[in-house]
Design a protein around this ligand. Structure first.
Ligand code: NAD
Length: 476
């Protein structure tokens, strides 16, 4: 059980045309067993300032690239990622502890994210719809915001970076990226691909380091025009409060739920629940955390889910057959263990799993979990799913909505009318009918309501956020 052997990468900063080492470094370790996987430079405020200056200097050149030239740049980056896909996947797996099969999937997803970031256009504005506009023609062109600060979380370090970098470059912006201090490997490797693809110098700068220092300084910098953030609610709130008049988009947490109506096709639903609840050890913002199964099927749902979950192979992330590996840290696993105990103390039944070994939690299923349990209210970020039963669909919808989050939700039913009526009543950013809320296809609009965020991603939507419409009016 090991990755292909190479010397430990030395993760440097990327500032303009330079690869910068720092006096102080951090050892990045495989979360599964603590094996060192890289040495990472630790950015400073001074180096961040240089990176922002490099981006500012690059911004005019990027703004003047024609759309097709920006699209070709993204294609060249994608070709290099495709060429070195195995290396990218290994770095993602090593920094996150994500099973290698899933890390390969993340690289593929990143390629589709890059491919989708190219459709930039303004619109003709019908000024003559009102008398005051008579005799005028108007159109908008989309102009870059300028310098965009990207801040990303640990869990999907590569594809989430591309969800920001792709549209930023397609919109003609320069970027300073602060990856999670736990997972800087793939961002550094991506910067190498961006250089090899021939991007203008300073287009993509990467500064690693602590969130409260380097991330905070990026948020507060006068040289940055927009912050695009994915991460926890607490950090998102801090950013919103300190970003001043910058544009800010926030992709935050969730505790996604699925409703299973009496006519649910369990042959379809159970494998999807397994993938949605236990993929990446439940560390996705749209992981299935709560299942509301109609009382007529609840028993078979729990029995079949437990049987499927007990077959999941738990192990080292480099092993191709591993389905579930560690969480990002032992501290994270200890928190999940405590929240599981909290649910059990409040009356929940732990049907299987939920046992911690170091940073790893065995895949678990809980039933009859009181709404007061922490894992019903907050984001668990662990490989456990709570299954509760209901008799009335209205009560299930109310339970799904009764949390501070609103990212995505799912409903399984063959009944068209009930499916759409439910979709309209769920207070979330996206509803999946006959699928789990964990479904995400990269081009789709993606984001949350309530405390799950502000703004939408998906390249087309992020491109709108990352450009300004300039109005041009012509008196004829
Ligand atoms: P986090 O908020 O702890 O950290 C995210 C990033 O913010 C890191 O790069 C960190 O260094 C930086 N940061 C921390 N404090 C900062 C500050 N004061 N100013 C600026 N930057 C700061 O989140 P995490 O634990 O890395 O990631 C897990 C969270 O991300 C979960 O809540 C998950 O739901 C969320 N997430 C959301 C989405 C989505 O699309 N909605 C996707 C993936 C993850």
């Amino acid at each position: 059980m090991s990755y292909s052997t190479t010397t430990l990468p030395n993760i440097t900063l990327r500032i303009g045309a330079e690869w910068v080492e720092t006096a102080e470094t951090d050892t990045i370790r495989l979360p599964y067993d603590g094996t060192p996987v890289a040495t990472a430079a630790r950015g400073t405020r001074e180096l961040l300032g240089r990176a922002i200056a490099a981006a500012r200097a690059a911004a005019p050149a990027l703004a003047t690239l024609a759309n097709y030239e920006r699209a070709e740049l993204l294609e060249r980056i994608a070709a290099l990622v495709r060429r070195d896909a195995a290396e990218f996947a290994q770095l993602i797996s090593q920094e996150t502890g994500r099973p290698i099969q899933e890390a390969r999937g993340e690289v593929d997803r990143g390629l589709s994210t890059l491919a989708a970031a190219r459709d930039l256009h303004g619109e003709v504005v019908p000024l003559e719809a009102v008398a005051a506009g008579a005799g005028h023609l108007a159109l908008t062109v989309r102009e870059p915001v300028g310098v965009i600060g990207i801040i990303t979380p640990f869990n999907v370090p590569f594809n989430l970076a591309l969800h920001k970098l792709g549209p930023a470059l397609a919109g003609g912006n320069a970027v300073v990226h602060k990856p999670s201090e736990q997972t800087p490997l793939s961002a550094w490797r991506l910067a190498k691909a961006v250089e090899e693809a021939g991007a203008p110098v300073g287009a993509y700068n990467v500064v690693t380091g602590a969130g409260r220092e380097i991330g905070a300084a990026l948020v507060e910098s006068e040289g940055v025009d927009m912050i695009t953030f994915t991460g926890s609610i607490a950090t998102g709130e801090w950013i919103r409060a300190h970003a001043g008049l910058k544009k800010v988009t926030l992709e935050l947490g969730g505790n996604s739920a699925v409703i299973l109506e009496p006519d649910t096709d369990l042959d379809t639903a159970i494998p999807r629940l397994v993938q949605g609840g236990y993929g990446h050890s439940g560390q996705l913002c749209i992981s299935v955390q709560r299942v509301y199964a109609h009382s007529s099927i609840a028993k078979s749902v729990t029995e079949r889910l437990v049987a499927a979950v007990e077959k999941l192979k738990v192990g080292h992330p480099s092993e191709p057959s591993t389905a579930v590996s560690s969480l990002i840290s032992e501290a994270a696993a200890t928190r999940v263990e405590q929240w599981t105990q909290d649910a059990v103390e409040r009356g929940a039944k732990l049907l299987t799993g939920g046992v911690r070994h170091g940073a790893t939690i065995t895949p678990g299923v809980l039933a009859e979990v009181p709404a007061s349990a922490r894992l019903m209210q907050q984001e668990l970020f662990g490989p456990l799913v709570a299954v509760n039963s209901y008799d009335d669909l209205g009560d299930a919808i109310e339970a799904v909505n009764a949390t501070p989050y609103g990212l995505q939700a799912g409903v399984f039913t063959q009944h068209l009318q009930r499916a759409f009526a439910t979709a309209r009543k769920l207070h979330v950013g996206g509803v999946l009918i006959n699928d789990v809320p964990t479904f995400r296809s990269d081009p789709m609009p993606y984001g949350g309501v309530k405390r799950s965020g502000i703004g939408r991603e998906g390249p087309k939507y992020a491109l709108e956020e990352m450009t300004e419409p300039k109005l041009i009016v012509w008196r004829v």
